[in-house]
Design a protein around this ligand. Structure first.
Ligand code: B4P
Length: 193
């Protein structure tokens, strides 16, 4: 099983590149952002609670997100591997993920961190907000999300660096240029399916 984390700040292209990667390598995609937005749109208890955090640019509490991931991994036991997109976002989430995978005799193989300058992140997210209708893509909330990233999520890079799993990748080129760089890294581990 090949397990990849796409890591980086809001708007770095994790969701965009996941789409390319999962079709080329036949991996299962787990995006906590998508899972949470689905709960919000169905107005579940979890979704109504999560929305309060998301609309304020804050991370949703660890126990909520970790619970969602556990059931997703269990539901796809025969997968070739997983792309974790937007997860883990705290060191507690990273440790929980290691434990969940260990129970399945699996581990994270590589963490690809997309590096994009802050002004480009804001530009992309503001531009997405114009068409997406996402309530967290306003300039005010974007600023809070980036602050939350540097406070709580950036330290997760150090966690994976300590296991020699972190690879920093430039993410400010075009979508195609960035995908080509990611492919080179992924193909050190697996071939296209
Ligand atoms: P996410 O859904 O993960 O949102 P994101 O970080 O904004 O997205 P991403 O980096 O994937 O950007 P994208 O490719 O879409 O999280 C949303 C919220 O959910 C969080 O703020 C938090 O509240 C909550 N949450 C999620 N996971 C959580 C967790 N584990 N723990 C706690 N809370 C959690 O790209 C953005 C835009 O840029 C798009 O419009 C795209 O077209 C464009 N773009 C991408 N690549 C480009 C390129 N190379 N050039 C030009 N534009 C590009």
């Amino acid at each position: 099983m090949f397990n990849l984390i796409l890591f980086g700040p809001p708007g770095c292209g994790k969701g965009t590149q996941s789409t390319n990667i999962l079709t080329t390598y036949q991996l299962n995609h787990i995006s906590t952002g998508d899972l949470l937005r689905d709960e919000v749109s169905r107005q579940t208890t979890l979704g109504l609670e999560a929305k309060k955090f998301m609309d304020n640019g804050l991370l949703v509490p660890d126990e909520v997100v970790i619970g969602m991931i556990g059931s997703k991994i269990d539901g796809n036991r025969d997968a070739r591997g997983f792309i974790f997109d937007g997860f883990p976002r705290t060191t507690a989430q990273a440790e929980a993920l290691d434990n969940l995978l260990k129970e399945k005799n699996a581990a994270i193989n590589t963490v690809l961190s997309l590096e994009v300058p802050e002004e480009e992140l804001v530009r992309r997210l503001v531009s997405r907000g114009i068409t997406s209708g996402r309530s967290d893509d306003t300039e005010e909330v974007i600023a809070k999300r980036i602050k939350e990233y540097f406070a709580k999520t950036e330290p997760v890079a150090g966690y994976y660096h300590s296991f020699q799993k972190l690879v920093r990748v430039p993410g400010n080129g075009s979508i195609e240029e960035t995908f080509a760089i990611l492919k080179k890294e992924i193909e050190k581990h697996i071939s296209p399916a």
